[in-house]
Design a protein around this ligand. Structure first.
Ligand SMILES: NC(=O)C1=CN([C@@H]2O[C@H](COP(=O)(O)OP(=O)(O)OC[C@H]3O[C@@H](n4cnc5c(N)ncnc54)[C@H](OP(=O)(O)O)[C@@H]3O)[C@@H](O)[C@H]2O)C=CC1
Ligand SMILES: O=C1OC[C@@H](O)[C@H](O)[C@H]1O
Length: 360
């Protein structure tokens, strides 16, 4: 327990990094005075010598100014040059503001899911490639050593070939307000599948879908079954507002993946935010099981969050180095294709395409 508190404390309030003598920090401008900002980029940047949160832009300048003051950000709105972008806007605005940032010559760290459609995602990556800029969808958990370890166990053959996977991501009712949270707002790209389902899928074909709706086009909860190459089946469940157990006992958030293999099972608890706490339970058939926990890379710290590893990778890429992990153009496009295929199968349809038309 003390370990968890200590990690949490250092993750949210990390020691400040000193500038490097031979490398200029990359200056970031944040688009949106967003809730996720402090955890996803502001705190991580404090402990990275090569990143500075330099500017924040918001629709309401006063709000941006308050946010800047609270988080020690120098510029409000920022200028057209000299900093890179991080878009923390609702999903439906990712395309417009990423295209604008790329057009202004900025590298972009883009919140998940990449956009409302696969076609918009393709266009953003085309634009970034044309201009030689870095664009990364923030699928942050993929950068954490615990997730690398779980993958390595599965790839080692210890548990044999994968037969099926089941991933559940669910938040208790009351955490997000259905009347004003972006997650429940169709016009800005809401839906459980967009918000949390985007973490659960890969290059897979949907077989069946069930949704529970919070409004006519917004899935509060989605469960879907997929088929992967090699006869592997995969199910996902994502819920923005789990009803209380027995009608009154609040649920804990659920972030679990279970992988059934021919020679055993791997279950990872909290794969989305493993830096707080996680466990990887390995249960080989007929043998004693074990639990592994991996909080750090050999050259890292146990309080380095998924977001901090992600930011480090982004900065490395911008600086021309090769990051340990990357989320590719193909990953992001495929993810959106699968999300759209699930919405198509359920009849809800894709989230609305952006009306923004890029000028070049
Ligand atoms: N990586 C992660 O772990 C997480 C990622 N996310 C992702 O980050 C993004 C932002 O999420 P979160 O911080 O929770 O969102 P917020 O509710 O804080 O909204 C983010 C920003 O979006 C703008 N905004 C809010 N509502 C509207 C609206 N109705 N129309 C237009 N703009 C609006 C506001 O910009 P302004 O400040 O200009 O008013 C706001 O600051 C999403 O894409 C989400 O999927 C979210 C949580 C966790
Ligand atoms: O990590 C996350 O967990 C909760 C979600 O609602 C959020 O948007 C997501 O990114």
């Amino acid at each position: 327990m003390l370990d968890i508190i200590s990690r949490l404390r250092k993750t949210t309030n990390p020691p400040e990094a000193k500038p490097l003598p031979d490398s200029q920090p990359i200056r970031f401008g944040i688009l949106g005075a967003a809730t996720i900002g402090p955890m996803a980029i502001i705190a991580p940047a404090k402990s990275l010598s090569e990143a500075v949160i330099y500017a924040v832009a918001a629709r309401d300048k006063d709000r941006a100014a308050q946010y800047a003051k609270k988080h020690g950000i120098e510029k409000v709105f920022g200028g057209p040059s000299g900093y890179q972008g991080a878009t923390q806007l609702p999903n439906g605005l990712h395309y417009e503001w990423t295209m604008k940032a790329l057009a202004a010559g900025k590298h972009v760290l883009l919140e998940k899911p990449a956009a409302n459609t696969a076609e918009e995602t393709r266009q953003m990556f085309d634009s970034a490639e044309k201009k030689g800029l870095v664009l990364l969808e923030a699928v942050h958990y993929r950068f954490h050593p615990a997730v690398h370890r779980a993958k390595a166990i599965l790839e080692s053959g210890e548990l044999g070939p994968i037969k099926s996977t089941h991933s559940s991501l669910a938040m208790p009712r009351g955490l997000f307000n259905p009347t004003n949270d972006i997650r429940f707002n169709y016009s800005v790209g809401g839906g459980a599948l967009m918000d949390m389902g985007c973490y659960t899928i890969g290059p897979i074909s949907v077989v069946s879908v069930e949704h529970e709706l919070s409004s006519p086009q917004v899935d509060r909860k989605t469960t879907a079954k997929f088929e992967l190459p090699g006869g592997i089946t995969s199910t996902i469940m994502c819920d923005l507002s789990m009803p209380p157990y027995l009608g009154f006992v609040p649920n804990m958030p659920t972030f679990t993946v279970v992988v059934e293999c021919e020679k055993g099972q791997l279950e990872m608890f909290n794969y989305v935010a493993p830096h707080f706490m996680h466990s990887i339970s390995i249960k080989p058939v007929g043998k004693k099981g074990r639990v592994e926990k991996v909080y750090k890379y050999p050259d890292g710290e146990d309080w380095h969050s998924t977001y901090r590893h992600q930011l480090e990778a982004f900065v490395s890429k911008v600086k021309g180095r090769t990051p340990r992990t990357w989320v590719t153009r193909e990953d992001s496009i495929k993810n959106m294709e699968v999300i759209e295929s699930v919405y198509a199968k359920s009849g809800l349809g894709s989230r609305p395409k952006s009306r923004y038309v890029p000028s070049d």
